[in-house]
Design a protein around this ligand. Structure first.
Ligand SMILES: [Zn+2]
Length: 297
């Protein structure tokens, strides 16, 4: 082969490799852990050593904003659905059926969720959702899930169920929706002693999940996200104070750089878009979320 031809061939191969890398998924597994009512204002790194370690290893912000109202169903919907309440149609804290019609629904009759995107675009993917609060059932698109289960009420049951699924199936996507520390916030106040005690407990549960990921042999190929639907102030939420609308977003593991705190603005619906970005999925036009790709390697 002539040297010019060799150079042309080599350049073409390099270009091909670069474009493949750009289009290939950045991770194999995403485990999203959502803590209902975890406020940035009351987040204390020292009482959550496991979460704190993930912050050291990955990227994070404490300024992710909830959509309004700063209530549960509205924000779990946005977290999974990549869009705000005006498009998803879920407008109340307890919404199980959208009060205004979802702007778009898929063949399952629900606004497209990240679970659906993974299932429909990734051949052979394993998708799961475990949760404590029954309304989550209506916000996930259970028909897109291989595994979908509500915890039985014991504080450790949701973790046990998540661990079983991680070990048995090595999921492509698993969302774990804890219903705490929201309860402690409503009972004794955001930032109260029992609220902080619950955060310590939840950190231990997150540690159990990370151990399960390691024991499943997928630690090197898994991305972990810790986030929340909304915060709280006094014994409530739903309003427009930073304590209610600012929640943490922490991401670490496969495909994520050790970038520390990031300054870019982030909304609740960017969580779904970030997972889609990690898997290199095509977002539906109705989604408005943006991947936090400054966190990607
Ligand atoms: Zn909530």
């Amino acid at each position: 082969m002539k040297s010019t031809a060799r150079i042309i061939l080599a350049s073409a191969l390099i270009l091909l490799a670069v474009s493949c890398e750009k289009n290939s998924p950045k991770t194999e597994h995403v485990i999203l852990i959502g803590l209902d009512g975890m406020s940035s204002a009351d987040f204390v790194r020292e009482e959550m050593p496991t979460v704190s370690k993930l912050m050291d290893e990955g990227c994070w912000t404490l300024a992710k904003r909830s959509v309004f109202k700063t209530s549960s169903a509205i924000n779990w919907a946005s977290m999974f659905m990549g869009a705000g309440t005006e498009l998803t149609g879920y407008t109340e804290w307890y919404s199980q059926v959208p009060e205004l019609p979802s702007r778009v629904v898929n063949e399952h009759g629900i606004f497209p969720t990240i679970h659906y995107l993974v299932k429909s675009q990734m051949k052979g993917s394993k998708v799961g959702a475990v949760y404590e609060w029954d309304t989550i059932h209506h916000l996930v698109d259970s028909l897109a899930c291989d595994y979908f289960e509500q915890a039985n009420g014991l504080p450790t049951d949701i973790t046990d169920k998540a661990i079983r699924f991680i070990k048995n199936e090595k999921p492509t996507l698993l969302t774990i929706s804890y219903d705490h520390p929201d309860h402690e916030g409503h009972a004794t106040g955001w930032g109260s002693k029992s609220y902080h005690k619950e955060m310590e407990f939840l950190d231990g549960e997150i540690a159990r999940i990370l151990t399960a990921i390691a024991e499943a042999g997928i630690a090197e190929s898994t991305t972990v996200i810790i986030t929340s639907d909304h915060g709280g102030i006094g014994t409530g939420h739903g309003g427009i104070t930073p304590a209610e609308y600012e929640t943490p977003f922490i991401i670490a593991g496969k495909g994520i750089r050790r970038g520390g705190e990031f300054a870019e603005s982030m909304m609740q619906y960017d969580v779904a878009a970030t997972i889609a970005g990690l898997f290199n999925l095509k977002q539906p036009q109705v989604w408005v979320g943006r991947a936090m790709d400054q966190c990607f390697e």
